[in-house]
Design a protein around this ligand. Structure first.
Ligand SMILES: [Zn+2]
Length: 194
């Protein structure tokens, strides 16, 4: 449910973008995916390889798809302005500034909007792109939506629809899925492993 195949050919995309040494100022809407790619200088060293996929037997999402519905006013009441801008208005935090960008404690990342578990720390890896990167979400916790221009695939919390970031495939990070969930720290809340 909600899963959609990447429309973009991952190989042609990553080749094109990696070969472009972009000096474009960070972060202006349509250039975002280029920025993500050109920041990837540690293509093979970022992933430690110690992570196995055993987490599947652990945590499951507590809220079902679409189970958290709030009006815009209700979201404004419970979220900080920055959380509202990113989760509900699909904003993006400035690269390299997020709370969890260079954070590697063991635990679970839940949705900052509704508290649904989204990622385990065992699937987090260092992409060098300036945002937290995960190679896999918890089963059923993440929905995918190709952008209208077909260039990127947005990811959202399946329970509340909150914007998380984008997912990229085929970049050669050497992770089990060869995917990179590029997620705003603001969209996440970390809970240490007990
Ligand atoms: Zn949520």
């Amino acid at each position: 449910m909600g899963s959609q195949i990447l429309r973009i050919s991952p190989f042609s995309l990553s080749r094109t973008l990696i070969n472009k040494s972009s000096s474009t100022p960070l972060f202006l809407s349509t250039n975002l995916s280029k920025t993500h790619f050109t920041f990837n200088t540690k293509l093979s060293s970022g992933f430690s390889g110690r992570v196995k996929r055993s987490f599947r037997s652990g945590i499951v999402a507590m809220a079902g798809p679409g189970s958290v519905q709030k009006s815009e006013d209700e979201w404004r009441a419970v979220l900080s302005p920055e959380q509202f801008r990113i989760l509900r208005q699909k904003g993006t935090e400035y690269p390299g500034t997020g709370e969890y960008d260079k954070f590697s404690n063991e635990g679970v990342y839940t949705c900052a909007g509704c508290g649904t578990p989204l990622y385990k720390s065992t699937t987090k890896f260092n992409s060098g792109c300036g945002w937290p990167a995960f190679f896999e979400g918890l089963p059923g916790a993440i929905n995918r939506h190709p952008d209208p221009d077909g260039r990127r695939v947005e990811i959202t919390c399946a329970a509340c629809g909150g914007h998380l970031g984008h997912v990229f495939k085929g970049e050669g990070f050497g992770t089990p899925t060869d995917e990179r969930h590029c997620v705003n720290s603001v969209s996440l809340k970390f809970t240490p492993e007990k």
